[in-house]
Design a protein. Structure first.
Lengths: 127, 201
């Protein structure tokens, strides 16, 4: 893989602060130049995207308020070029299919070098 | 007793465990399983009440499994008695009569409890880089009072970590609750491991 040092904007959406910290740490280890913001609910994520659309988004499903998949759908309706990874512990087929149907990718938690590599792979692959 | 970060870390650990469990259960019962956001509270045994445990007056199918390792914990999974039978029916096939279902209830609920409780505790062990051994699951039908007595009547369980995750079957609206009981010493050990995990981020 060739090094890609382009500065990208990533939005991490997870109600768990620990989970957001873990994702951030793994991403920064690979792409220290990226600009990372985060949100703790789907609603907050939608508001942040309206203000400053990111290139990429990592979205949990099971959060207070709307489901991450619903937030992703709303975001993609308006910003179809944002690449979204649905990143969840809820690995049921229904949720994986929903992520794929939205045009996103599903990656199973926990946060690890391997799972983050899968997310990065989805971000980098061409539309 | 728990800082916001410790509570957050534990909630995330159990969220991962419950997610794995929901996937397995979904395959077993052939239905989508919805998960609530985990809620975690540490309570003195003497403060435990039906309200805190989110229990009503009915009878409950209770699967209990004991875990041991760097800390000891008793994990309990509670379903209302009617929900338990419905889940067994989904597991075993709807053509069975109620009598036949009752015959399999013990075994089926132990297996279900084994999947859910082990998924949660394994997620915790993996994330905290520890190893936990588990006893065989044990299933009983208990009233709310009997459950409270089992928790508060045991002098070694000074504190109880009440973890509440609702697993709801989309078709049946069956709901289960997960509880984890730890003694004061075990809770101190658990917190130490959580802190070690947090300092490694």
């Amino acid at each position: 893989m060739t090094a890609d040092n382009t500065v990208k904007k990533l939005l991490i959406v997870d109600d768990s602060k620990v989970s957001r910290m873990l994702v951030r740490a793994q991403i920064v280890a690979v792409h220290p130049e990226w600009i990372i913001s985060d949100a703790s609910t789907g609603e907050e994520a939608i508001a942040l995207v309206e203000k400053d659309p990111p290139d990429y988004c990592i979205m949990d499903i099971n959060m207070p308020g709307i489901l991450g998949t619903d937030a992703a759908e709303k975001i993609l309706e308006k910003y179809p070029l944002i690449r979204i990874v649905i990143f969840s512990a809820n690995i049921q087929e229904t949720y994986q299919s929903r992520a794929n149907a939205l045009g996103g990718a599903f990656v199973a938690k926990p946060v690890s070098e391997k799972s983050i590599a899968l997310a990065l792979n989805h971000f980098k692959c061409p539309n | 007793m728990l800082t916001e970060m410790q509570r957050d870390a534990l909630a995330e650990v159990f969220n991962i465990g419950a997610g794995r469990a929901a996937s397995s259960i979904s395959e077993i019962v052939g239905d989508e399983v919805k998960l609530s956001v985990p809620a975690i509270e540490v309570k003195k045994s003497t403060e435990i009440s039906p309200e805190i445990l989110a229990l009503n007056d009915g009878k409950f199918g209770t699967v209990r499994q004991d875990f041991s390792g760097p800390f000891d914990a008793a994990a309990m999974l509670l379903f209302s008695e009617e929900n338990a039978l419905e889940i067994v029916r989904d597991m075993m096939g709807s053509q069975m009569s109620l009598d036949e279902l009752a015959e399999f209830e013990q075994e089926a609920m132990c297996e279900l409890g084994n999947i859910i409780l082990n998924a949660c505790l394994s997620a915790m062990a993996d994330m905290l880089s520890i190893s936990l051994n588990s006893s065989l699951p044990c299933y009983t039908i208990s009233s709310c009072d009997e459950i409270l007595y089992a928790i508060t009547g045991n002098a070694t369980q000074d504190y109880i970590l009440v973890l509440n995750i609702a697993l709801t079957s989309a078709k049946r609206q069956s709901q289960g609750h997960l509880m984890l009981l730890l003694s004061s010493a075990s809770l101190t050990h658990l917190i130490r491991h959580v802190d070690r995990f947090l300092s490694g981020i």
